[in-house]
Design a protein around this ligand. Sequence first.
Ligand code: AFP
Length: 290
Amino acid sequence: MSASLPSIDETVDSIFGTVAYTATEIRQGLIGRRVPVDEENPSGETQLEADVWADQLLRKRLSSIDGVVQYASEEEDDCHDCGSLEPGLAVAVDPLDGSSNLKSNNVMGTIVGVYDEPLPARGDAIVAAAYVLYGPITTMMVATDDGVTEYELSGGERTVVREDVRLPAEPVVYGVGGRTPDWPADVEGYVREIEDELKLRYGGAMIGDVNQVLTYGGLFAYPTLESAPEGKLRLQFEGNPIGYIVEQAGGRSSDGEQSLLAVEPTDVHQRTPVYVGNESYVDRLESHLS
Ligand code: AFP
């Protein structure tokens, strides 16, 4: 009898169940892995032992799931073909987002985008996405076309704490990456406008800052910079999954002109400006940049 391909929902649930119990192990394994290794990731950023170790753990486990046919990571140059059961799903992983926060013991995360097309793919090929937040409590935000659910993770188990997560209607916080002198004038003009309306919350790990926006409402941006017109964040591993999650929670995402999920992919490690949050704030941002 030929092996039958599991359904997309079954594969997605296997992926997120694997990420949930692996996240518990990642959190415990951060101790003793805070030092840099003599390597850089494909984006030219120095890697920590924890980056490499978390990536190896996730690749081994996610690649062995029936229905997963491709694994790509922010920490590795190439995609890994890992499935024999076509068509299957592709996973794009940022194993340890915000790893520079490890030295200062601040929050970090793990991001997973699940695509039903080979990578690099447009964000509208995402069928599900999730992030783990290593905060005072380890939580996991999971988005599918049915909506967004928040879990607490403990002992490898997932417990639902919030269903149908939606951005609050009254935004409260904002965070914008990069340095002020490096912002183009239109970005600075927008920030000067919203800083009179919202409270600054920027912690240096996208997941921590995005989770604040999903909890309190507002805007997170890692904008285009004078020194880096494409910004810093990666489309496949950060922009698309987070854009999908925020849009499923009733918000908007943008690269400054369009939804992040509509950005044409050119390379698995391509960067993009990232703006996500309440629709009104993202709409205003696009007006400022146009
Ligand atoms: P690291 O993983 O190198 O810490 O970068 C984290 C990140 O990719 C994203 O999580 C943050 O939003 C952004 O970079 C912070 O960048 P800055 O250090 O330039 O503020």
